[in-house]
Design a protein. Structure first.
Length: 292
């Protein structure tokens, strides 16, 4: 069988076709413009490839409640042209095949739990730190939804005492995304991350905020592995700094085999940046299975 996969991002749409064993046969990237410009290109690609089902991991927030009248819609996104757009319904109406739908970060979590470093685990967390901060959560072997879906990237965090930055998030200011996403780093330090690579104080502060959130995720969710991806995490020096600060913040309260081996507990993605597209592939497979 052939499955379609779409990793729908705010700047680009990555489309792929693959098989049930996770082999990607081909892929293309299409710029994210308006729905009127972008959607016909996506539809044409998948129509030409004769797929059996499609999985979509989408930027959000999105409505994931199948009982909701706005199921499959993109909600209050900063991409105004896409706000309120029924992306799932458009694919369903035009392709006439099962559609699996979830957030992009839940898709990445699913990719890692199916084919990557979280395979075989019951509970795990995937966090992407880039233009924004998103968190995908698997608990009890299932992706976490709820009344909508986790927005743990907007966990409210007090500024460190020596940090006077007001925060970049227009809704919260001092949330994790407002303090630690790529645009916040750039605005606070007046330079892009690549130009700041050698400045220890930049990444010490970044690691502090990431560790603050991660320590709370650990205490709330008890994940067996935490995977950190996204453009900001290309600064490889962050990983050991985050691990050490998490250890300090937990203060020895938890004694588990996972926390004893922090290098294997808080890790980089394991699928060569394919975790999102592979997760979308799995969403399509799941949708076909559910349809029988």
């Amino acid at each position: 069988m052939r499955f379609g996969a779409l990793e729908a991002g705010g700047t680009k749409m990555v489309c792929a076709v693959g098989t049930e064993n996770g082999r990607i046969l081909e892929r293309i990237s299409i710029p994210t413009e308006t729905p009127e410009i972008t959607m016909p290109k996506l539809l044409q690609y998948f129509q030409d490839n004769e797929i059996n089902a499609l999985g979509v991991g989408c930027f959000g927030p999105v409505d994931l409640d199948p009982k909701s009248k706005t199921y499959g819609h993109i909600l209050m996104t900063s991409k105004l042209a896409w706000r309120g757009y029924d992306i799932c319904g458009c694919f369903r109406e035009n392709l006439k095949i099962p559609i699996g739908f979830d957030t992009d970060v839940n898709g990445s979590m699913l990719g890692e739990s199916t084919w990557g470093c979280a395979k075989g685990l019951d509970t795990a967390l995937y966090m992407t730190v880039g233009t924004g901060v998103g968190v995908g959560i698997m608990a009890g072997g299932k992706l976490v939804h709820g009344m909508q879906h986790p927005e743990a990237g907007h966990m409210l965090i007090p500024a460190r005492k020596d940090d006077s930055y007001k925060g970049k998030c227009p809704s919260h200011g001092h949330c994790l995304e407002g303090l630690a996403a790529g645009p916040a780093v750039e605005e606070r330090w007046q330079a892009k991350g690549e130009a700041l690579a050698g400045r220890q104080e930049v990444w010490e502060l970044e690691a502090y905020y990431l560790a603050y959130a991660i320590a709370n995720y650990i205490l709330i969710l008890s994940p067996q592995k935490i995977i950190l991806g996204g453009g900001v995490m290309h600064q490889q020096q962050l990983y050991p700094m985050v691990r050490e600060k998490v250890r300090e913040m937990l203060g020895g309260y938890l004694q588990t085999k996972e926390l004893e081996d922090m290098d294997s507990y808080i890790v980089a993605p394991s699928l060569n940046d394919d975790q999102g597209i592979l997760g979308a592939l799995k969403l399509g497979m799941n949708a076909l299975e559910e349809k029988g």
